[in-house]
Write a protein that binds this ligand. Structure first.
Ligand SMILES: Cc1cc2nc3c(=O)[nH]c(=O)nc-3n(C[C@H](O)[C@H](O)[C@H](O)COP(=O)(O)O)c2cc1C
Length: 325
């Protein structure tokens, strides 16, 4: 708490979740234009921070408009975490989050991410070290448990005792991955048991679902994750619904195309033509979801590497697609 009080940091109600392989600077920039008031960098390994490869440098690239901002570290070794925190001491960000939630095999096999849910003592110790050594507030991302939500309240209390500023809780177990619906009741129990802020994650696909999360759990904030893919408008939608209970219409095809072009340009400016276009392919697929006649284009996009080819495909989308009702 000491560090948090020093920084005076307060969460906004709606946050862009950390999304590995997705939350790059271009992605965050775009979402901020639509009312996203807090974003995270992509999750980054504490060890890789010490080597700073070209890829890691790209992952932690920021610009002055990109605040407030959270860094999310992955790791299991207190020495690497301390060294990473040292590197972030003068980094332009507002908090350091620790990932104890990632379900990927390559992560959990190494005792990191969601594997730490099975080691509450170790997790709390790592967090204590981080809280002691960080100049910024430290938070932690949890899931409900490895395969059951039974121990989550005890785990959450334990991490609270380690001095973290807030807990972000994805309302699914590791074994659930991203399937099944989010468990509002367990998030509610955690919120009731803690005195620090609880940020809830899971199934935030619309303004209504955002409100449902606040209403059913009494959480302090929510993160938008898959709901933001190809859909930066979700921030306006959620903010409008929370403020006025109003559902705003989904964007028409002209607006979708305008934003696709903007996103593509941001991606190319940042990564260069080939990597920028390649990285945009998955966004093309997400932007064109919910439109009739777009399926063949989603197949075509897989081989596109040039800016001009992507523009042609976007033109084709513009000419032939229409919104599903
Ligand atoms: C592609 C993808 C990448 C993700 N990467 C991270 C990550 O790096 N760190 C993290 O804490 N959560 C990560 N998550 C989890 C999300 O932040 C979020 O907790 C989860 O998707 C549940 O929210 P949703 O049901 O609204 O998508 C990722 C999720 C997805 C789908």
């Amino acid at each position: 708490m000491k560090n948090a009080l020093l920084s005076g940091f307060i969460f906004p109600r709606v946050i862009l979740a950390p999304l590995s392989g997705i939350s790059s600077l271009p992605f965050r920039k775009l979402n901020r234009k639509f009312g996203c008031k807090f974003a995270y960098l992509e999750m980054v390994g504490a060890r890789s921070i010490n080597y700073l490869s070209r890829r890691t440098k790209q992952m932690i690239a920021v610009d002055p408009g990109d605040r407030p901002l959270g860094v999310q570290l992955l790791g299991k070794d207190p020495d690497y975490l301390s060294q990473a925190l040292e590197k972030f001491k003068h980094f332009p960000c507002d908090l350091i989050d620790f990932n104890a939630a990632c379900p990927q095999k390559k992560v959990t096999r190494q005792g990191q991410g969601a594997a730490l849910l099975k080691e509450p003592v170790k997790l709390a110790k790592l967090l204590s070290v981080m809280v002691k050594e960080s100049l910024l507030p430290v938070t932690v991302k949890l899931r409900l448990g490895w395969d059951s939500p039974k121990g989550i309240v005890d785990l959450a209390k334990r991490v609270e005792d380690s001095g973290v500023y807030a807990v972000c809780l994805h309302g699914r177990t590791k074994m659930q991955g991203y399937s099944g619906s989010v468990d509002y009741q367990s998030i509610k129990k955690v919120k009731a048991a803690l005195t620090i802020p609880v940020i809830a994650s899971g199934d935030i696909w619309s303004g209504e679902l955002a409100k449902k999360m606040f209403d059913l759990t009494s959480c302090d904030a929510i993160t938008v994750a898959r709901g933001s893919l190809g859909n930066p408008w979700i921030f306006k939608e959620i903010n409008e619904f929370l403020a006025k209970g109003k559902v705003i219409p989904r964007p028409g095809i002209e607006e979708v195309i305008r934003v696709m072009n903007e996103h593509l340009n941001l991606s190319i400016d940042f990564y260069g033509e080939k990597a920028g276009v390649t990285k945009f392919r998955k966004f093309f697929i997400w932007y064109t979801r919910g439109f009739l006649q777009a399926k063949p284009l989603r197949i075509k996009v897989a081989v596109i590497v040039k800016h001009s080819q992507m523009l042609e495909l976007i033109d084709e989308f513009s000419a032939r697609a229409s919104r599903k009702i």
